[in-house]
Design a protein around this ligand. Sequence first.
Ligand code: NDP
Length: 801
Amino acid sequence: MKITDIYETMEYSPAPESPDLALEWLKEQKSKFGLFINGKWCKAKSGKVFSTNNPASGKKLASISEAGKSDVDSAVSAAKRAFPKWKALSGHERARYLYALARQLQKHSRLFAVLETLDNGKTIRETRDIDTPLVIRHFYHHAGWAQVLESEFPEHTAIGPVGQIIPWNFPLLMLSWKVAPALAAGNTVVLKPAEYTSLTAILFAEICEQIALPPGVFNLVTGPGETGSLLVKHPDLKKIAFTGSTDVGRLIREATAHTDKKLTLELGGKSPFIVFEDADLDSAIEGVVDAIWFNQGQVCCAGSRLLVQESVAEKVIERLKKRMAKLRVGDPLDKSMDMGAIIAPIQKERIRNLVEQGKKEGAEVWQWQGTLPQKAGKSGKTVGGCYFPPTFLTNVSPASTVAQTEIFGPVLVSMTFRTPDEAVMLANNSAYGLAASVWSENINQALHVAPKLKCGVVWINCTNQFDASVGFGGYRESGYGREGGHEGMFEYLKKKESGNAKDEFRIPVPKIKASTNGTLSLDRTAKLYIGGKQTRPDSGYSLNVVNADGSLAGEISHGNRKDIRNAVEAAHKASRWQSSTPHLRAQILYFLAENLETRAVEFQNRIMQLTGVSKKQAGFEVKTAVSRIFTYAALADKHEGLIHQPPMRGLALALNEPIGVMGLVCPDETPLLGMLSMLLPAIAMGNTVVLVPSRPFALVATDFYQVLETSDVPSGVLNIVTGDAAELGSVLAKHDDVEGLWVVGTAEECTKMKKFSAGNMKIIWTNNGKQLNWFDKKPSEGREWMRRAAQVKNVWIPYGE
Ligand code: NDP
């Protein structure tokens, strides 16, 4: 027999990891667990409990307390009480706690890994070699951020008690992504794990007890979705961080719309895995295995859409089928398994139904032919586990259900493309935008494609890479906010207060005095500004604008839904602005400043007449506006990304990218400065804009057309639609092709816009009805706004052979 024959015929023997350590731990606790509130264990006040089962066998592992309203209230009030002291600790003191947590996690890593496998059904290979080491790394890394918080984030401070809700697919890892940065930044936490997988969170709470974390700093409320919903609605939580489905994310966004709670949403995905013809195909095939069959495909960023260049498609599909046949599916505690159990029968049924749907829509289905554990057992009886075979669907059309819906199971669909442009188009043909994997030996091509992909993470010639120093998060319906690294820390911090006025501010339209002193002899209706041209409004109607003394100042166009639609279209057409060089954007902004200064007196007079402020005050506004343009011209080529060095042979480039098409609903106060303070960071960052100016002082915006026309701002980069700000803002909020929205308005308007914009999960910022002082640079100018106008994409680039 040749050695190659031996290799071909060799069989795996079982290599089980013993569950004893974890079973012992469960036994010690009599398999009954309470809530962890204010540093103490307690039962739910209702006495209610729920079971947690082992998905690999279907057997019950433990009973867990189900937190109700009064339990959630107790946990939040404990977190609230603990906050001031925890925040007041020095960075070093907090770092020591995080470091102690990391050390304890490390010491108990085997227990954590086995417990996670028992509770979740994922393989021990993954819990032992991926999840737990990453969890430990997260706590070490964030102990570091706690230590240097004051020097690295001098203008920021902790937010307060935060609510965190996590899913079942990476229970301990998601806990670490949420808890470590929150505590490092000085916040206190109430965490709700998924109902299916609470055990490692409970063990983590024990560790908090062991290291004597101050009571109330970390609180654990176990329970179903309803418990999460209680957290979301709790008025004393200052932030909600959520990982889970897009549907629940949308509910949370709507439920928090009337509050000023900070929100990060890490939602679903349908990530493309793009294989170019010049890829190292053997590596790419291994990549696919990792992309879709890792964690049974129950991964938000699973590479579930395989896009292969047509010239190599046949070869790739053939090889992939061969590789699939060799996958090992079975007991998750067996160290030689590639895939373990699906979390629950209901999830398995969902996967099965989607595969059936794919078949009905014309896909060819190829499934792993091995024996699934539930059909095994000595007598051939079912052993009660929940398994689904690795599945591969070819002949899938881009619009079909299986190509668009997140299956959240071990199911890969494949499509082909001919050119790189077509690959990008197919890749972006999804409501989601979490991750993408690009395979090509031509690094120029890979780096050319990466920025064109609408997603938060791009892995070049690798997949499913994660690290505590590298931000993770999505675009579009995959949510917003980043977890991990420098960018992730900002999600748990807020800018220090700088004495803003607290009143609501919007000059109500009925208060605008009716035209009294005379009429205009000629029609001087200012038009809309769309696609670089002054255009008449669809309605044909106009609105009066009145000076502070009651005289008629002029008329503005009454823009409507159709005008917004045209403006959004024009803004999309100007998308080259997004890829223009920051140097070019800076030059154009400097030119804009020059042109505004040339017309300074004109603007000064207009502001004086419309708002009634003194000549000095109006002059100061124009002067500040010119200086503000200079600031953003300066920052345009300085808001650069970072290079992360995760523990691999490679780099991750954190690129600041524009959001895309942004809607801006501008303030009434200081109409020129307020408007420019919102517009400038947006366009300096490369976004294109549809701007709705102040209704009473819109003539300041329409005068600005002259400045634009003499500058080099390309057509469509800025579009201005005048009219009722709240009405037009609502249209922008509901528009699915608007990717970001900033609103300055009353609290009621802000709530409305947040609700309306939940449809496509656009990134939104509002003033929550609070007046900003646009003259004060601290809240109104600088990096904070550039950060708001950008989203971070992390591009992972391995190197070496
Ligand atoms: P869900 O959205 O149903 O649940 C996520 C968490 O939210 C769970 O703790 C759940 O509790 C809780 N929850 C459910 N309903 C509500 C509610 N109305 N208000 C507040 N909390 C609620 O998702 P799954 O648990 O089913 O997880 C799978 C989904 O999560 C997938 O779509 C996946 O893509 C996404 N995901 C995204 C990740 C990312 O980083 N972007 C990472 C991991 C998963 P309970 O479990 O007790 O019902």
